[in-house]
Write a protein that binds this ligand. Structure first.
Ligand code: SF4
Length: 484
């Protein structure tokens, strides 16, 4: 893996005659957030007949129009998945749908729970039987086991970590965003129906009007009486993932009233001010480096050129080449127009360096094509730490910046110079306060602790889980008399 992997995308509709078809298009727009599997669960509105359709692959491969017509109904939730926990197979594809004493419940989750192992042990000790290895299933068990008296939403207080979720019950659609607000979740309307989505770009596709973001810690409940909010979680410091602006989110999405493309252009400008260079041409690594390269080019008045051409038609079936021909892997995804760079001093702009092998190949490509100089500029700070909140980085010892100084990285890449954006300038480019963000993979300051060793141990010793049961949670730990 040479790029951090996107996590997941969620989409939901309440009260539209073509809910499944809207969900399909919504998931299409969110495809960049997960390409392993896609699924939609619909409800016919009576609350009883839930229907589920899931498959491995891209949205366009999983569903046919016939499937969508068969599962159509006025309510739907959908999911595209990249596995950050649990293996990649159909059993782990979402949304999950279960029959409970409360009726049917379906759930789709974007994020990663940091207390999944502990909750799983506790729930299994209480008799819960898990169908998957995915942490998202925990929320279903908590809801299913919530006492009849009281509000089942309060059972979600036990979740810790990153979670933007959509949940469909027999009578309602629920949107949940964790109190740190790690992942985005937005609310919109189309033809009188409510829609929830990971990103606003999905609203554009279905002509939905953006209403607002779901706030960190907010639970919205949509039913035939309208929409209302609850706030069941303890308050936490807002910690939105800044890497959504750098790389994950689509450039045509808006987050916190800031357009992602504009933020990326601004990051490119900041990068140019920090690390100016005399050059003949600015070349982005497409697609996510394009806007930062535009900003860099504008700021320094150096011409911009799309010298790398991306092949957009590589499906899941692409066979990874052998060691002997591994360079094909790089070239099949991105080919260089040699004539564009020959004899020139080139600045190549990318959004991040993870392991560095791809970045190194790009520099080799440019040199082989006859570039006179190659200057590498990266539109975020060096990645040195793991992410526990839903982004799949490799182990820190495989992160290039964790193992080498900048001078060593520059030498390893074979570049004439190397410059990264710094934390302060990255934040400035968003136009938002620094305290809004999680930047743990850059600065190591984790908003929420995670015991990785415990988690790994539990998952590797499934038969002994009961023995690993930690002391019970203190009663009343999250007690909030308003929500009893
Ligand atoms: Fe985002 Fe990095 Fe924080 Fe993970 S650690 S949520 S990738 S900023």
């Amino acid at each position: 893996m040479n790029k951090p992997k996107h996590e997941c995308g969620v989409f939901a509709v309440y009260g539209h005659p073509n809910a499944a078809i809207l969900a399909y298009y919504g998931l299409f727009a969110l495809q960049h957030r997960g390409q392993e599997s896609a699924g939609i669960v619909t409800s016919d509105g009576s609350g009883k007949a839930f229907q589920s359709f899931k498959g491995m692959g891209l949205v366009g491969q999983v569903f046919t129009m016939k499937d969508l017509e068969e599962i159509n109904g006025p309510r739907a939730i959908g999911h595209v998945r990249y596995s950050t926990t649990g293996s990649s197979n159909l059993k782990n594809a979402q949304p999950f749908l279960v029959d409970t004493a409360r009726g049917q419940i379906a759930i789709a989750h974007n994020g990663n729970l940091v207390n999944a192992a502990q909750l799983r042990i506790e729930l299994e000790a209480e008799g819960s039987i898990f169908q998957t290895t995915v942490d998202s299933e925990i929320a279903l068990h908590l809801l299913a086991k919530a006492p009849d008296s009281g509000n089942p939403i309060t059972s979600l207080r036990r979740l810790e970590g990153a979670f933007s979720m959509v949940i469909m019950g027999e009578n309602e659609l629920i949107g949940v965003r964790d109190p740190y607000g790690f992942r985005p979740l937005v609310l919109g309307r189309v033809d009188g129906a409510y829609v929830l989505s990971s990103e606003t770009c999905a609203f554009d596709l279905i002509h939905a009007e953006f209403i607002r973001e779901i706030e960190p810690g907010e639970v919205v409940i949509i039913d035939d009486d309208g929409i209302r909010s609850e706030w069941p979680f303890r308050r936490a410091k807002k910690s939105f993932c800044i890497f959504e602006y750098v790389y994950f989110a689509r450039p045509d999405s808006n987050i916190d009233d800031m357009n992602v493309k504009e933020v990326r252009v601004q990051m490119g400008r900041e990068l140019a001010r920090l690390h100016p260079v005399e050059a003949d041409i600015v070349v982005p690594v497409p697609d996510s480096g394009i806007y930062a390269a535009l900003g860099f080019s504008e700021e320094l008045g150096i011409p911009f050129d799309l010298a790398f051409v991306r092949n957009h038609y590589i499906g899941r079936t692409f066979i990874q080449p052998s060691q002997l021909v591994r360079d094909f892997n790089v070239r099949v995804k991105l080919n260089l127009i040699g004539e564009a760079v020959r004899g020139k001093r080139v600045v190549v702009i990318d959004d991040s360096i993870v392991r560095g092998t791809t970045a190194r190949s790009r520099v080799v490509n440019l040199r082989e094509a006859g570039a006179k100089e190659v200057h590498v500029r990266i539109s975020c700070p060096p990645h040195k730490h793991a992410c526990y909140y839903g982004i799949d980085f490799p182990d820190p010892e495989k992160l290039l910046a964790n193992q080498m100084t900048r001078e060593e990285i520059c030498e390893y890449l074979g570049a004439d110079s190397l410059g990264y954006l710094e934390v302060e300038s990255m934040v400035r480019a968003t136009g938002l306060p620094k305290q809004n963000f999680c930047m743990a993979c850059f600065d190591g300051e984790y908003p929420l602790p995670y015991d990785e060793a415990f988690d790994k141990h539990v998952m590797e010793n499934r038969r002994d889980r009961a023995r690993l049961l930690p002391p019970p949670l203190q009663p009343g730990l999250f007690a909030d008399p308003k929500l009893s």
